[in-house]
Design a binder for this molecule. Sequence first.
Ligand SMILES: *Cc1c(COP(=O)(O)O)cnc(C)c1O
Length: 365
Amino acid sequence: MGDQRAHTFNFNAGPSALPTEVLEEVREHLVDFQGHGLSIMEMSHRGKVYEDVHDQAIRDLRELMQISDDYEVLFLQGGASLQFAMLPMNFLAKDRQAGYLLTGSWSEKAEEEARRFGKTRIAASTREENYQRVPTLQEIVYDEADAYLHVTSNNTIYGTQWATLPEGNGTPLIADMSSDILSRPVDVSKFAMIYAGAQKNLGPSGVTVVIARKDFLLHAAQDVPTMLRYETHAKSRSLYNTPPTFGIYVLSLVLQWAKRQGGVDGLAHSNSEKAALIYDAIDQSEGFYRGHAAKESRSLMNITFRLPTPELEKAFVARSVQEGFLGLAGHRSVGGCRASTYNAVPHAACVALRDLLRDFAQKNG
Ligand SMILES: *Cc1c(COP(=O)(O)O)cnc(C)c1O
């Protein structure tokens, strides 16, 4: 590992920090995987060595998220963005409607994509409020005619998160958990399907995790191309064609690392401590920093904030880069600053950011 890593605080929004332990393990086995004389990247996906890694990753995710046998765990490709289309292709017929909760850019994209296939309905939206909060549970309008109700559990760009996830109330509930999967306990049994691109909390980009209830999958359309049918992948344990073997291998190491951190409960505890360090610095700055999110909707994964002027924001980001902080500029669409504090971001990095925030405010406030 280059020396520089020890002096770097990675707050990138995605792809984002991976545990150093995991990367060191990858390096150790990169050229000669467990004494087999070749890299795992060079092995058949139909061989026992790879299949063991693959199956263990599925078992570990089941264990970590307490996923019952009523659910399939799939490893797909195409990112969360392909799920925006694959979901309606399979579950939204032309003459049907689906409900979408609009809470930010990603949920807008998901809803737009669904409109190519059927009708959509906005079950609640905070767009008029510049997505500073997620709707209250009371604001959600249910409709029995919905084929499903789609929610984005954490809004990566705006920095908001559902503190309590909505219920389906009889409608199959689908969640895009790309930016907070495995960061806190979730009752999987409340969802018909959960999906997440791996590159925020689970591993490298290139793998998309889908957790889907078997009886929900039975309702899928039959006229969808083979690779875009959930059933294809469910029937073959995600080995219908060549899966992203290296990505799944790294993901498997991240899951083992997550177990060593005390599982989802341990990670959730650490994540709330990490986020509190930074939110406290924002709240104690006497208005120098202003959080974008309303307090009750604050994300524990993506902390968005502004400084008094765009010039100060630039100066803050410039100084942060000099001191080894990466990824603190906000998303191009919303500006300001953002710190992504995913599972693998160490507590010490958040302490360092808190200190930087305090010092910068003191010198420039
Ligand atoms: C990053 C992100 C996406 C897009 O993921 P890709 O894997 O790049 O397609 C979708 N939804 C949410 C909530 C995200 O954070």
